[in-house]
Design a protein around this ligand. Sequence first.
Ligand SMILES: Cc1cc2nc3c(=O)[nH]c(=O)nc-3n(C[C@H](O)[C@H](O)[C@H](O)COP(=O)(O)OP(=O)(O)OC[C@H]3O[C@@H](n4cnc5c(N)ncnc54)[C@H](O)[C@@H]3O)c2cc1C
Length: 452
Amino acid sequence: MSAAHLRSSRPPPHHAEDGERDFSPRLQTTALWWEAHEPKPLPEIDLPKTTRVAIIGAGYAGLNAALELIREGIDCIVLDAHEPGFGGSTRNGGIVSGGVNVGKRYLAKAMSETEAAPFLSNASDAFSHIESVIAKNTISCGWSKTGYFLGAWSKSHYAAMDKKVAMLNRHAGSEASLVPRERQREHIGSEYYHGGMLIGRTAHLHPALYYRGLLDLCAKAGVKIASKTPVTNLRESNSGWTVTTPRGSIAAGDVVIATNGYTGDVTPQFKRRVVPLGSYIIATEELPPELTAAVSPKNHSFADTRRVLTYYRLSPDGKRLIFGGRAKFGMTDPVETAPILYRFMVDRFPQLKGTRITHAWTGNVAFTLDEMPHMGKLDNLHYALGCNGSGIAMMSYLGHQSARKIVGRANSVCAFDHPEFPDHPLYNGSPWFVPWLGRYFRVRDWIDRRFN
Ligand SMILES: Cc1cc2nc3c(=O)[nH]c(=O)nc-3n(C[C@H](O)[C@H](O)[C@H](O)COP(=O)(O)OP(=O)(O)OC[C@H]3O[C@@H](n4cnc5c(N)ncnc54)[C@H](O)[C@@H]3O)c2cc1C
């Protein structure tokens, strides 16, 4: 996927199932967020011959790691194959959840509550970390701590929320509560769900402005960032690593892998531990205030318990709906997924039928085989990987924690730093099974909605 491809703007296809013209004559296939900050190459820097730490990937994880290292007086360089911000960090939905996604395995009975507790507690720390980075540095990025409504796709999903509310409140301080179906209209202008869960300690932000804020902090602190500098080889030596790029090699004491959904062949040991998945988003045209107030009366962000997940929120200026989800399982053109997302949106908000879609875009997230984010050290490489779709707070935090570990001030209780980072003999980094997973999810969703 090239930046040029993503920048293209072209007429959307006519879609018979839409029944009417719902799309703007020219659909912009770059993120709406890029109108405020578009990833661009930084002024070219000479690559140093040596550095204490080389960080691969200039997303939230890489920049948070660099900021902490430099604060501790550790020399480092961040290398990115593209323009800094090319990855998920300027394309995402901007929904900052403080742990709600981390307890999924507990609910799936893979973990006891005792086992899940430290993960939830650290997910809550991740929320505190991003909140304090933004507040301390007065990053103007539309930070709105206005809560998150998780809609129950079926009655059984609603019934299961009871346990999750208690767990989130006990271990993540989530300020969570149940919202029965008859009261959901107070939170969302939709009858689509069987009630839901409200989580107070969550926020939404402008992802590219948060990213730009981090870039500005890096510039102020003197962090070296090399754009358009793909790392093509890593070789271990007695004194650390030789990091090879087309612009020359760097001898680094330590290397941090922060490549998430863009992890490639340079690190096959990580490529086979993360599954890249495309996530897709559309933005509506500017809507009348009475319509946005009806859709989202309390400016929450939203997601649902459907396996073919959707997530949405109003734009920071409150004028548009930003609507994302797993429109396709696999990597495809956002022009193809726009009509699918539009349909998902109108299913939830029939009052938006006929609304024009002005932007449609995509980016990669990274799933792990245990659905947990990970940091740590493997083959002597530090890593912060595996956002599982929720990485604004988490990847910022894991980048920061990786740096703390390198400078010897690790938070010794960081639960995500544990030696088990599972791979699978049938997965070598090429996600062949994802379309099948998509089919399975659709069937399971259908069964749950119809019978449970
Ligand atoms: C469409 C979409 C919606 C999302 N919505 C949300 C949301 O609402 N809430 C939420 O919490 N999270 C969301 N996410 C996830 C979130 O965006 C990511 O978890 C987060 O941005 C990951 O940050 P990162 O720093 O780990 O990686 P990224 O920002 O993806 O950066 C990885 C970087 O690594 C670079 N790279 C890869 N290989 C090399 C190499 N060999 N050499 C040099 N550089 C390399 C890439 O160029 C890339 O810039 C969403 C993601 C997407 C794509």
